[in-house]
Design a protein around this ligand. Sequence first.
Ligand code: AP5
Ligand code: MG
Length: 233
Amino acid sequence: MAGRCHVILIGPQGSGKGTQATRIAAPLGLVHVATGDLFRQLMTRDDPLAREVRSYYDRGELVPDDVTLRVLLERLDELERELPSYRGALLDGYPRNRAQAEALDRVLRDRNDTIAAVVHLAVPRAVLIERLSGRLICPQCGATYHRTFAPPRVEGQCDQCGAPLVQRSDDTPEAIARRLDTYEQHTAPLLEYYRERGLVIDIDGNRPIDEVTRTIVSALEPVLADPSRCRSS
Ligand code: AP5
Ligand code: MG
């Protein structure tokens, strides 16, 4: 199997991972794979797995590692079947702790895949809270908006598919605080894990959305074109 070339997006909740991933994935030839989106899709069902995921998700806690890895692998296998020529995944929300990072390394080694880069989006905490409190999402197509910073053309309605916009069930003050604390404790230390391997690209995410997009694309293009970083280029 040809080695895929994946990019990981790491940043606290509200730093713009989802917002940027939907803009940069296609131009870079990557497929956006967000574990949070996979869980939101899964929770539209009513079965024991969906109820288990919801019990963690709504409180802003991490879903257990084994469940999360299974959901991620199912999606990667699906991409192999449906898009055999895809270059790699733009991973948004995975890994989030050391065990997940090590599991990912094992999985990628078995598949002969590589991590081309880890993009770190840095944004101050006060800004994150403001962004998450005003976020609206489309339950139908997953598009993300913000009441002030990225409003839809028609209030309360998705620009892409017209569905009514909603607030995410984990964008409550308690769950936001818990998610940000979990990020600091378990996810931020991963930056050191990847820094040691020379993979981290630091991006100032506290700038207008278009400016952040341009900076990430300019930083990733040469990496993805470099055969020593990305075998599948
Ligand atoms: P997930 O869906 O990944 O949510 P999250 O980690 O809480 O991150 P967010 O989606 O809130 O942040 P984002 O960086 O994508 O921000 P966005 O672009 O939307 O995970 C949800 C849950 O699923 C977890 O809590 C957990 O339960 C479970 N889960 C997922 N992965 C897991 C894993 N690996 N292991 C275990 N459990 C897992 O932007 C936010 C807002 O800001 C938007 O309104 C946007 O319009 C606005 N905005 C974005 N950029 C800018 C900008 N530059 N200027 C102004 N506004 C901006
Ligand atoms: Mg997101």
